[in-house]
Design a binder for this molecule. Structure first.
Ligand code: PLP
Length: 496
């Protein structure tokens, strides 16, 4: 007979675990940002099989310290500048804890009305905070929902677009492979994944050329792609435009793209996974110009808005279209509230049936910070990134390779910078190698962590500010490490 943890035992263990998390956060700056363990090291510290008899969590916290922590990459570390941020925060963790404690499934309004209603209101609050178009509010024909990720949001948008483009036949007949998804060459990999899952195959995505200077989608190239496809009997279904591409935070020109989508009757989905959070600041809302054309839009509070993974906020302008595309109603889910048509059943807005009460963490975060607190967080990231970019610019061995409207700076050592000693014949690859070596050495210090991309086919370093604990001192320290490492590297190279 299983012995369940009684509420008093839970209280005791829970308090200890909360203390452990608080100590972990407090001690983060003293840890190396990334682990230095070989593959398999963490797994080797776990027993070969599950315990036959429960051990009452004896030594649990010691085991977290011994087994897990040495293999953790510390995404909340002040020196974490990799990829995009993946924020969490105290209120977010507490909201998740409350959700886990309630343990409800919010697939139908009837299966826990609060889960649905808090979510509707939180998505409206967020729409207010970002000043999104009125058509996305629950009080209009649209509405918002929490998806697990921006990838799922894109998938759901593609499915709804296929449904619309086929005049509703997609649902019964399945996909017609002639439909096309358009995205810039800089669009996120989740767009191809969505096309593949939707049955269009990777060939179902038509990559659209970008403006060389900004890496934003070229609307003339989009028009040419649509025209050529239509002439060949291909059926344009959806354009996925991006505000803040993953590689460099390029911003696709929504007004021109939106006009085209309107002209050809194509669904416009806007993926602002990382940069959408910036719209809490009025001075950064220019990045969302043209959003009124969008049929759907998403951003990830779990990236840059102090809300732990998973929390993608996704809105549609017409919820009836989305529900028509995804709804399936077996007898065992029928209930009077759904039949009345007076409630939202979020199972029809997403791929899975079941869903957690994720709106609680959004509520906790919004209550704790207020919109003003969220703005402070975004402004801090944008400001520190601008300061970092100034430091890079002041060193003529380096170049900034793309605009940096948000908190990501893309930079590299220049070709033929005085001391690279780059061979005339092979400058590109030589400088690429030097930049790759610079990144490896900087990351090996363990104090900061950056990642890379390729921009115009050249190896480029990315520094993304956004961890809540990052300060001006951390960013200045990061620059000193990069600068000094570059000096060592280039001097060594010149001497060789
Ligand atoms: N879209 C863009 C523009 C992104 O930058 C990312 C991740 O960085 C994604 C989509 C995927 O995000 P998620 O992990 O929420 O699916």
């Amino acid at each position: 007979m299983a012995t369940h943890m009684d509420p008093e035992e839970f209280r005791r263990h829970g308090h200890a675990l909360v203390d452990w998390i608080a100590d972990y956060w407090a001690g983060l700056p003293g840890r190396p940002v990334t682990p230095s363990e070989a593959p398999g090291a963490v797994a080797a510290r776990l027993p070969a099989g599950p315990p036959e008899r429960g051990d009452g969590l004896t030594g649990l916290l010691d085991d977290l310290n011994r087994v897990v922590l040495p293999g953790v990459t510390h995404w909340q570390h002040p020196g974490f500048f990799g990829y995009f941020p993946a924020n969490t925060s105290g209120p977010s963790v507490l909201g998740d804890l409350a959700s886990a404690g309630l343990g409800v499934q919010g697939m139908l309004w009837a299966t826990s009305p609060a889960a649905t209603e808090v979510e509707i209101v939180m998505l409206d609050w967020l729409a207010d905070a970002l000043d999104l178009p009125a058509r996305f509010r629950s009080t209009s024909a649209g509405g918002g929902v929490i998806q697990d990720s921006a990838s799922s949001a894109t998938l759901v948008a593609v499915l709804a677009a296929l449904h619309r483009a086929s005049g509703g036949r997609w649902r019964e007949a399945g996909v017609d492979r002639r439909y096309r998804v358009y995205a810039s060459t800089q669009g996120h990999s989740s767009i191809e994944k969505a096309a593949r899952i939707a049955g269009l195959g990777a060939d179902g995505v038509h990559p659209v050329a970008v403006e060389p200077a900004t890496l934003a989608m070229d609307p003339a190239a989009l028009r040419a792609a649509i025209e050529a496809d239509r002439a060949a009997g291909v059926l344009p279904a959806i354009v996925v435009a991006t505000i803040g591409t993953t590689s460099t935070t390029a911003i696709d020109p929504l007004p021109a793209i939106g006009e085209l989508c309107r002209e050809y009757g194509i669904w416009l989905h806007v993926d602002a996974a990382y940069a959408g959070s910036a719209a809490v600041c009025p001075e950064l809302r220019w990045s969302h110009a043209g959003l009124e054309y969008a049929d759907s839009y998403c951003f990830d509070p779990h990236k840059w808005l102090l809300t732990g993974f998973d929390c993608d906020a996704f809105w549609v302008a017409d919820r009836a279209e989305l529900v028509a595309a995804l709804t399936v109603l077996p007898e065992y889910l029928r209930n009077a509230a759904s039949d009345s048509g007076a409630v939202v059943d979020y199972r029809d807005w997403q791929v899975p049936l079941g869903r957690r009460f994720r709106a609680l963490k959004l509520w906790f975060v919004l209550r704790w910070y207020g919109v003003e607190g969220l703005r402070d967080h975004i402004r801090s990231g944008v400001g520190l990134a601008a300061e970092f970019a100034d430091l890079v610019r002041a060193d003529d061995r380096f170049e900034i390779v793309t605009p940096h409207p948000f908190s990501l700076v893309c930079f590299r050592l220049r070709d033929g910078s005085p001391s690279t000693g780059a061979a005339d014949t092979d400058t590109d690859t030589d400088t690429d190698r030097v930049n790759a070596e610079l990144l490896a050495r900087v990351n090996a210090t363990g104090r900061i962590y950056l990642t890379h991309t390729r921009v115009r086919d050249r190896y480029t370093l990315r520094l993304a500010v956004g961890a809540p604990a990052t300060t001006r001192e951390t960013v200045e320290d990061a620059w000193r490490r990069i600068r000094d490492t570059a000096t060592d590297l280039l001097d060594g190279k010149a001497a060789a």
